[in-house]
Design a protein around this ligand. Structure first.
Ligand code: FES
Ligand code: FES
Length: 163
């Protein structure tokens, strides 16, 4: 089922991982459903679908956002980055590499959201120590409790990204 074409439509233009997309869609469609069901970008996960778990985190104009809480119609002109857009030239983003190197996941469900949030966390400068990383990553829940490894991965990637 394509949920972006259910009812009366509005037109929204956004950039998704660098690609310009103009789409006619039901005005009630969320950014998360648009990404997953229209664009086939299933990295952002639908966990709670009500802004509580962070598994749907993407960047909207460089700032992290819970895609389940964002209406597509409200972000006309925005630039969206999903986890699928992080790797470049066949190379993983340093944050993706750090999550692998530090075993910062178990089931992996939360991981795309954790990585997107972590990338923003570094850009925001909230990585001075483990406590600050934990605080500013606290919107991303991991039901496998991989928090120590996630914190270590963010700290390691931050050093690489800032050097
Ligand atoms: S699915 Fe969006 S915050 Fe949980
Ligand atoms: S790795 Fe399983 S929810 Fe985080």
């Amino acid at each position: 089922m394509n949920r972006v074409l259910l009812g009366p439509t509005v037109r929204t233009a956004v950039k998704v991982n660098g690609e310009q997309v103009d789409v006619d869609h039901d005005a009630r469609v969320t950014l998360l459903d648009f990404l997953r069901e229209d664009r086939g970008l299933t990295g952002a996960k639908k966990g709670c679908n009500r802004g509580e778990c962070g598994s749907c985190t993407v960047l909207v104009d460089g700032r992290r956002a819970n895609a389940c809480m964002v209406l597509l119609a409200g972000i006309h002109g925005a630039e969206i980055t999903t986890v699928e857009g992080l790797a470049a030239d066949g190379e993983l983003h340093p944050m993706q590499r750090a999550f692998i190197d530090h075993d910062a996941f178990q089931c992996g469900f939360c991981t795309p959201g954790q990585i997107m949030s972590a990338v923003a966390c570094v850009a925001e400068g909230h990585v001075s120590d483990a406590g600050e990383i934990r605080e500013w990553m606290s919107g991303n829940i991991c039901r496998c409790s991989a928090y120590p490894q996630i914190t270590a991965a963010v700290a390691a990637a931050a050093k690489e990204m800032e050097s």
